[in-house]
Design a protein around this ligand. Structure first.
Ligand code: NOJ
Length: 757
């Protein structure tokens, strides 16, 4: 190139950059809450203009996401130097795991000042249930059956993370999980697609909002697409094999709900489904996600999941894995570096078309433009803002409310809870009572143990002034040492009530934390048996990240309160409920089995040709354990009681384009104000394919004073009755349906109607 043509090229690039940047588009500042002045067409024009300027390296760079620890993972020599060099060359589109406004800004400055095209970076992080203020684990929040609560905690978490320079969260995790051995059940909303969809949409609204341009919110990611929650044996990363019908009916709805709520990105999962790794599945990533659902954001791979396409065994080398991933629809490559390192050669030899690369780059840039990153690459993040928004009183108050709302009262014999002033001495026992780390649960972003109010701290602060609270540890979470058990039982003999805080360490659920036995780990049950043997009333507070198998506890404890991993306000929230300032109202988002051998056990199962029956041995059951769960989906008690009556349907025949109103009267028959989650289930009796015994189709949380009653109504439309029929069409079929309304998935109050064409 001559000197003159070089100068000319540089000048035209500068001019074009000016065109795609804010000044030329007059988007400098605008009042908060106003829609972006550039409509979709403007964004598309800007994307196209920019794309035309990009070299192959720069295009592949936009599709490349590096982690702060990428060098150690990939064992490259002199890696961080080459990482910075890659950034300067425009070969990095996004970073993950870089946190703090200063760290993110220093890299962003390089991107927008030193790279040729000055394209801003996206900074991603797993902000799953809080950034610094840690809320209950998502499974716990789902137990509140209050999607608005999850929306609020997501919004607050986004606010903290955004102030620290994060743009993008890898949440919500919306994987349906029917197997509690799978450790990542903690990160989702449990076993049900209807409940899961409500939480998926709420969390997208909370983290991200409608537009992508709010500087106090984050770009959200629905993950892990798809069906990562269905691995064989509950073993993380394992094979998923299910029918297309089960996939579509049970596993896909929450991702769909997230897309409908406007989620900007999805993450492709590690697992294969029916022989095709998700990160190379055109069927999932293009046919379903983009064509059927019209998703126009971008897909990021999970960590090295494009690289693992080779390990799965459908690609013979990294380049082929990359070609498969990109053509299937994985736009951004998290940490395999295949796109940036290997795809140039594939473009050269024609194995990969430039149009495929361009389309992926277009999707990434589209999101960056929509987020306003070209106008303000730093999005107002600063140490001053970090200090101002981090862990405010308001956030702590929300964490406390979220935690107590997520607690599920599983047993309360003779109303032993709440404890009153007449309880003069309480012995708190158990390894998790004093832990300030475990209440944070899996994925705690910038959460700090020092911020946590432990259970014992909370109980001490919250106990009535004349109640003495003492603590002995008894045993560790997972150890085999029994020496503390006798001492704990000896001290228990002198107390009025024993509170045993038992369960799982936070490392026992989450990623790579599947368990084959899901009872109380270590010798904790032995400790409990010794305490119960003293004859003292023994209240069990469970802290765990999954449904547990606890048949002995269920039978012998006086009361059981499920806390999950409750977050920074663990102790305060536990005390609120134990001492009755708050009446528990949580309901299980996943079935508690009686034995691990029953797994998978879920309420919306098929009936089979031989439904289980006491009277007939040749039916679907076990010789050694009941077929029923320990605690069913939707189950949870209250300090008051509720009676359901007067179930009504607006008609007994529902015409094809009509809807039906289901009404029920709920009365608080106890002595305390309380909240109840009223649940509606539907059963389709005869279909062209078999249908679940019942399916959740509505829920409403209501508050009732003692003696008060309310009429709760639900609308059922034809869409609510639709399923994937024998021809794999999504439609309802005429025929007989039952509705069940009540306090959990075993609700008995029922009525019938006919759907007519
Ligand atoms: C792997 C996990 O599966 C995923 O959920 C997470 O977002 C990424 N790592 C990034 O940390």
């Amino acid at each position: 190139m001559t000197q003159m043509s070089q100068t000319f090229r540089a000048a035209s690039i500068a001019f074009a950059i000016l065109l795609v940047s804010s000044a030329a588009w007059g988007q400098k500042s605008r009042p908060a809450g106003q829609p972006l002045p550039s409509g979709p067409a403007d964004v598309e024009n800007r994307v196209d203009s920019l794309l035309r300027l990009m070299t192959i390296e720069e295009k592949l760079g936009q599709l490349n996401q590096l982690s702060s620890v990428w060098d150690t993972v990939l064992h490259r020599s002199n890696a961080s130097a080459s990482g910075m060099q890659m950034l300067r060359e425009g070969r990095v589109g996004s970073f993950l795991n870089i946190v703090g406004s200063e760290a993110t800004a220093s890299l962003q400055r390089i991107a927008v000042n030193e790279t040729r095209l000055k394209i801003p970076l996206l900074f991603g992080l797993d902000v799953i249930h809080g950034y610094r203020t840690i809320y209950p684990i998502p499974l716990g929040e789902a137990a509140s059956w209050d999607p608005e609560l999850a929306e609020e905690t997501a919004r607050m978490a986004a606010g903290e993370a955004a102030a620290a320079g994060i743009h993008w969260t890898f949440a919500p995790m919306v994987d349906i999980a029917r197997d509690p051995r799978w450790g990542r059940i903690a990160e989702g909303s449990g076993e049900d697609p209807f409940l899961g969809s409500a939480f998926a949409a709420a969390r997208v609204r909370g983290f991200q909002g409608h537009l992508l341009d709010s500087k106090s919110l984050l770009l959200a990611t629905a993950k892990h697409f798809a069906a990562y929650g269905g691995p064989e044996g509950g073993r993380d990363y394992n094979t998923v094999d299910m029918s297309e019908r089960t996939l579509r009916e049970m596993y896909l709805p929450p991702y769909r709900a997230a897309v409908r709520a406007g989620v900007g990105t999805l993450m492709s999962s590690f697992n294969e489904i029916g022989g095709v790794p998700s990160s190379a599945s055109r069927h999932l990533l293009t046919d379903i996600l983009r064509k059927e659902w019209q998703f126009d954001g971008f897909v990021v791979s999970d960590w090295n999941s494009v690289g693992e396409v080779e390990t799965h065994g459908i690609a013979s080398d990294r380049t082929s894995a990359g070609i498969l991933g990109l053509t299937a629809g994985v736009d951004m490559d998290m940490m395999s570096l295949i796109y940036v390192d290997e795809l140039r050669s594939a473009l050269k030899d024609g194995r990969l078309k430039m149009a495929v690369v361009d389309e992926a780059v277009r999707r990434v840039l589209r999101i960056k433009f929509r987020m306003g990153l070209f106008e303000d690459p730093f999005r107002g993040a600063s140490t001053v803002r970090e200090r101002a928004v981090m862990m405010t009183q308001e956030h702590r108050a929300l964490a406390r409310r979220a935690a107590s709302e997520s607690f599920v009262l599983l047993k309360n014999e003779n109303g032993v809870l709440p404890l009153t002033e007449s309880t003069r001495s309480i012995l708190v026992v158990g390894p998790l009572a004093e832990s300030k780390d475990d209440p944070l649960g899996t994925w705690s972003a910038r959460g700090e143990a020092a911020d946590v109010v432990s259970i014992i701290e909370g109980l001490r602060r919250g106990a009535p002034s004349k109640t003495k609270v003492t603590y002995v540890r008894g045993c560790g979470v997972d150890d085999t040492v029994r020496s503390g058990i006798a001492e704990a039982a000896r001290v228990a003999a002198a107390a009025d009530v024993v509170i045993a805080v038992l369960g799982e360490a936070r490392s026992m659920s989450g990623e790579a934390a599947s368990r084959s036995e899901i009872g109380l780990p270590g010798v904790q049950e032995e400790l409990l048996r010794a305490l119960v043997a003293t004859g003292k009333k023994t209240v069990v507070l469970l802290m765990n990240g999954r449904p547990l198998v606890i048949p002995w506890t269920a039978e012998h404890a006086s009361a059981i309160l499920e806390l999950w991993h409750p977050g920074v306000e663990a102790g305060h929230a536990a005390a609120d409920v134990v001492f009755g300032r708050i009446n528990p109202s949580g309901k299980l988002p996943a079935t508690f089995p009686r034995s691990v051998g029953q797994v998978p056990l879920y309420y919306n199962h098929k009936i089979s040709g031989r439904p289980a029956s006491e009277a007939n041995s040749f039916t679907s059951k076990y010789l050694d354990v009941a077929w029923t769960p320990q605690f069913p989906f939707g189950f949870g008690l209250s300090y008051t009681s509720f009676a359901y009556s007067e179930l009504t349907l607006s008609a007994t025949v529902m015409r094809w384009s009509d809807s039906l109103v289901v009404g029920v009267k709920v009365r608080n028959t106890g002595k305390r104000r309380g909240e109840e989650v009223v649940q509606l289930y539907v059963r389709d009796h005869v279909g062209s394919v078999t249908r679940p015994v019942r399916e959740l189709k509505g829920f409403r949380k209501i508050a009732l004073d003692p003696g008060e009653s309310k009429r709760v109504t639900f609308n059922i439309g034809r869409d609510d009755l639709a399923f994937w029929n024998g021809l794999m069409e999504h439609t309802a079929e005429p025929g007989q349906f039952s509705v069940y309304v009540g306090t959990n998935s075993h609700a008995e109050l029922s009525a019938e109607f006919q759907l007519e064409e």
